[in-house]
Structure formats: C-alpha cells, structure tokens
Design a protein around this ligand. Structure first.
Ligand code: GUN
Length: 280
C-alpha cells in the first residue's frame, strides 16, 4: 500500500469533542428530534448511534418511534408539532420511509431552519446557488475530511460517482463551491473508468460493493469512499476495492472508519449550527 490513510474515526472524534466544547461554551442545550418509522434494522442502528453521539455532545436527543403502518397525515402532524416546539432545534426523519409515505412531502414539511439533514428544497436550492446553509451531513463530512487531510479542492479535478440527493448531488455542489472542477458520473456514464482516471479527488458514492478498482485511479489521487456495503460473508466493504486502490492512490479513506463516523459528527455540528442560528 502506498496511499496515506485518512482516519475518519479520529477526525470525527475531534469534531464531536469540538461541538461538545462549543455547546458548553455557548451555555446551550440544543434539542434534536429523530423520527424513525418502521423496523428496518439498519435504520435502528443508525438512529441509536446518532442518539448516543448527541447526548455525549450535550445535545438533548429524543427519538420518536412510529409503527410501519403510520399514516402520512399522522407523520405530517407530528412534524408540525416539532416545528412549533421551541425546545427542538433539529429534526431528522430517518430514510428510507415505508411504502405509502412520500419522502418529498415529509421533507418539505420540516421547518428549513430545523432541517439538520439539509434535504429541504430551500436548503438544497441555497447549496445549489453556492450559498450553503444547512447541508447534508455525509458530503459535509467529506469536505471536513479533505480539510483535515490537507487536501485542497481548489482548482482540483473532482469526480463524484453517484447522483443521489443524499450524497452525490450535494457533494458535487460543495466541491464546486470550494472551487473544484466537478464531474458527476453515474450508472449511465460512458467509459466510467476513463472519467474516474481524470480525478485528482475521486468520491465513490454508488452503493455497489468494490466497484471502483485501482486501474480506475490516477496515481497519487485522493480516493474518498462513501459506500457501506455488507457482503454475504458478513464483511463490510466500500464502493472501492480498497487494496487495489490504495496501491495507486495518494490518500484514501477506509471502510469502516472513513466517511461513516463523519456523518454522525456532522449531524451534531448541523444541530449546533441550527441552534445558534435560531437564537440569532
Ligand atoms: N438514511 C441514510 N442516510 C441518511 C441520512 O443522511 N439522513 C436520513 N435522514 N436518513 C438517512
């Protein structure tokens, strides 16, 4: 392996400690409401992780668990109540939602000032316009990882593989705002390996286990792996074939221990940002 390892666990721990310090220094007790509908086991794990991390940072976290057959109108009423609750600074509705609930309607119902996921159309539009407000946690975490690793996007050729609303699109917008030359590649991209090989910063967010291999990586490039895929044998792998990419890249994030921990840390940061903004 030639690549330098970017230690997301360490960067996330430092960010969480920093959020805890700023919460205490401001004499705040920000409130975060997490809404979990149904019994998806992966979502339950994520929500417990978020809840624990929030408490450790001095953020009052409350998880609202609702049954799978919750009616959309009932969910919208609960969101309206959280919007009106002055003790709540951040609202996160865990995705994916059960069949029969329209995620776009749910996200649009959240007060944009409390939208710590950065998914509300107003926050999406602000980011697209280069005026980021509350921005999605995973791409924000990637930007903080790059900064911590001393890798500047300015003038760099960045290729984002994946165009999801949660990661790919906001990732591209943040890199553009940071003066990178950005390409968004996806499943229909012609000659994906050639596009990837142009990247100084390659962000993999496709959700396909070990799809990107070392031959697709420019020697010395930075490889950021957003993927978390569970294989049949139980192993957790990213969207990049780690050892072959690490043999070519200049720096790379591991899975687990790369981007994943940053997502939770950035949720805490967004909650603090929302709490401070709401208090003027
Ligand atoms: N499900 C997977 N990632 C996310 C995320 O960042 N936010 C929410 N709300 N749900 C998710």
């Amino acid at each position: 392996m030639t690549a330098r390892l970017i230690d997301g666990k360490a960067v996330a721990a430092a960010l969480r400690a920093d959020v805890a310090r700023r919460v205490a220094a401001a004499g705040l007790s920000p409130g975060l409401a997490v809404v979990l509908i149904g019994d998806d086991p992966a979502s339950a794990v994520y929500v417990r992780t978020k809840d624990k991390a929030a408490r450790e940072a001095g953020i009052g976290a409350r998880t609202i668990r609702l049954p799978t057959d919750t009616a959309q109108a009932d969910l919208l009423r609960r969101i309206a109540a959280l919007n009106a609750d002055p003790a709540v600074d951040g609202i996160l509705v865990q995705l994916p939602l059960p069949q029969g609930i329209d995620p776009a309607a749910v996200i649009a119902a959240i007060d944009p000032a409390k939208d710590v996921d950065g998914f509300h159309p107003l926050n999406v539009g602000a980011l697209a316009d280069g005026r980021p407000r509350l921005v999605p946690c995973t791409p924000l975490g990637v930007m903080k990882l790059l900064e911590a690793a001393g890798i500047s996007p300015r003038g760099a050729r960045a290729v984002v593989v994946g165009r999801s609303s949660i990661v790919g699109r906001p990732m591209a917008a943040l890199l553009l705002t940071a003066d990178a030359t950005v390409t968004i590649a996806h499943s229909r991209t012609r000659d994906l390996p050639a596009e990837c090989r142009r990247a100084d910063i390659l962000v993999a967010a496709v959700g396909r286990p070990e799809m990107i291999v070392g031959d697709w990586v420019q020697p010395g490039a930075t490889v950021i792996d957003v993927g978390i895929n569970r294989l049949a044998d139980g192993r957790l792998v990213g969207d990049t074939a780690f050892s072959s990419c690490a043999a070519v890249a200049g720096a790379i994030t591991p899975v687990p221990g790369g981007v994943g921990p940053m997502t939770v840390a950035c949720l805490l940061e967004n909650t603090l940002t929302a709490a401070l903004a709401r208090r003027g």
